[in-house]
Structure formats: structure tokens, C-alpha cells
Design a protein around this ligand. Structure first.
Ligand code: WA2
Length: 281
């Protein structure tokens, strides 16, 4: 009957939506665990060994050949915590100046050619990127604390000891909205119940991964392509009254809608997948 057909369409939509949401969430969780493991690797073999066993060459090779372990990520990088009192020494040692992410000339920042970027203005501390996967090599030498979203992520990651996520924002050298995941790297054994101040004090740096959401969700949905197509949107719904579209174009209401929850592991951020039947589907 008409009622049965309508009922089957509702069930089909919810099954397909839940399947896609679960797959996205699982892949995100897998890559988050591997980014966490990279933070431990930097702690062990860079900060925990004298002399360090990690340099840009080793970090670049290792992250490139283990990229398959981090589905949905477009690249990983490591930024060092540098206090202002150590800046001159740090810059001499590396042979470059710490760069600012923000500038008068927005176009030069977006192109992200370090020689075109301004030196970072004087701050209490900086978070210059010292190691990067080849795919994000353009952020080496940039002070990640000079960008609003990256800075908030760094501060929250080091005080909490957890993996934390930014809101969606336009990544450098990308035309899409993306998100950044950050884990703090600590320089000494921390008790599991360490206070935020103890964590901040013991912070050595920040291991971060960037997610170019539209191209990566596209890839994932194509793997699941079926005869029955649905229209998928992913939203950051942290601010319930102002959701941010992370994937998909704004759609007009076609009647049938199913919402699947997405848990990306950061309790401060909320995400949802919205699925619809296509106009004439
Ligand atoms: N990584 C790649 N592209 C970006 C970006 C970023 N942040 N920010 C803006 N465009 C090294 O949390 C530390 C990575 C920041 C980590």
C-alpha cells in the first residue's frame, strides 16, 4: 500500500544516514587515535631522547608513510612551545624567524609562502611549527598561536590533556572549510590527575592534524555509493541557533529528513549529519 511504501522510504533513509554517520565517526575516531599516538612518539623520541631522534626529514618520512592510518586527515604537524625569552635563541638555532598567520595582505597569508609572511609580533609565547607532513609543509615556521582557531585549540589542548577540535574555519592554502585536531605534548611524566596549571607548565608542544572536510567526506561517501542516492549535509551544531555547514550545499526542504548524531570525541563540540531524499527520488 501507499503507507507501506512511505514507511519503507523512511526506514531506508534512516538506515543509510546512520550507516554514513557511523562510518564518518569511526574513521574520525581511528585517525584521532593515531594522531594521539604521534604525540606520544614526539614526546618519546624528540623530547625524551638526548640528542633527539626526530628531525623534519624523519618526521616527514614517518608521517607520509603512515598517512593511511589517519583517514580523513590532510596532514599532521608539530609546533613547539617557545617562550619570548627563548625566541632569539630559537630563531638563531633554526635559521628562520617565527612568522605571523595574520597580516594586512590577506591574499599573501592564504597563499602561505613563508617569505611573504610578517615576523610574529612580540608575544609572551609562540607555537611555531617545526615538523610537518609534506602535504602541510607550508605551515612550517608559522606561529600557530597567531591564528584565532588554532590558538584556542592549543590553549584548550594543553590545559585538558585531551584531543580537542576547532570550529570549522578556512584552512591555509585551502578553499574549503576544515577543522584542526590538537593534542598537547608534555615534557615530563604527569600524574593522571594533573591540574590544568601543571599541564600548562609541563607543555613542550602541540601535535595537530588538519581535516579538509568537504573533499574527505566526498571520498568517504563515494566509497558507499549505491543506486539509492541521498543528499548529505554535515553540521557543527555546537551553537544550536547558528549551525555551521561543514559538508554539502544548503538544501531546500523536500519533506523527508533524517538526522544522525556524530560524536567526534570532543565533548565541547556537537555535530550532526542530515540526510534527505533527493527532489525526485
Ligand atoms: N594545519 C594546517 N593548515 C592550517 C592550520 C593547521 N594547524 N591552521 C590553519 N590552516 C600544528 O595545533 C597545532 C595545525 C596546528 C597544529
Amino acid at each position: 500500500s501507499m503507507h507501506d511504501i512511505a514507511q519503507r522510504r523512511v526506514e531506508m533513509l534512516s538506515t543509510m544516514c546512520d550507516e554514513r554517520a557511523r562510518m564518518l565517526q569511526d574513521q574520525f575516531n581511528v585517525s584521532m587515535n593515531h594522531v594521539h599516538a604521534l604525540a606520544i612518539l614526539v614526546s618519546t623520541f624528540h623530547h625524551g631522547k638526548h640528542p633527539s631522534a626526530v628531525d623534519q626529514n624523519i618526521f616527514g618520512k614517518y608521517t607520509e608513510s603512515s598517512a593511511f592510518e589517519r583517514p580523513l586527515t590532510s596532514g599532521v604537524a608539530y609546533a613547539l612551545k617557545v617562550l619570548h625569552s627563548d625566541r632569539v635563541h630559537f630563531e638563531k638555532q633554526h635559521g628562520w624567524t617565527i612568522k605571523n598567520m595574520e597580516a594586512e595582505n590577506e591574499a599573501l597569508v592564504q597563499d602561505c609562502i613563508p617569505e611573504n609572511l610578517d615576523p610574529a609580533p612580540i608575544q609572551d609565547e609562540y607555537a611555531p611549527v617545526i615538523f610537518a607532513q609534506e602535504t602541510v609543509s607550508h605551515i612550517v615556521s608559522i606561529d600557530m598561536m597567531s591564528g584565532k582557531e588554532d590558538r584556542e585549540n592549543i590553549l584548550r589542548a594543553r590545559a585538558s590533556g585531551k584531543g580537542v577540535l576547532t570550529s570549522p574555519f578556512k584552512l591555509l592554502k585551502s578553499n574549503h572549510l576544515g577543522v584542526v585536531l590538537t593534542f598537547a605534548v608534555y615534557n615530563s611524566e604527569l600524574p593522571p590527575n594533573a591540574t590544568p596549571d601543571q599541564r600548562i607548565e609541563a607543555t613542550a608542544g602541540y601535535l595537530g592534524a588538519s581535516y579538509d572536510v568537504p573533499s574527505l567526506v566526498d571520498k568517504l561517501l563515494h566509497q558507499l555509493a549505491s543506486k539509492q542516492t541521498i543528499v548529505v549535509n554535515v553540521y557543527d551544531t555546537t551553537n544550536a541557533s547558528a549551525p555551521i555547514t561543514m559538508y554539502g550545499t544548503d538544501v531546500i526542504d523536500t519533506g523527508l529528513l533524517h538526522i544522525s548524531g556524530l560524536d567526534f570525541g570532543d565533548p565541547l563540540r556537537k555535530h550532526e549529519m542530515h540526510c534527505r531524499t533527493p527532489m525526485n527520488g
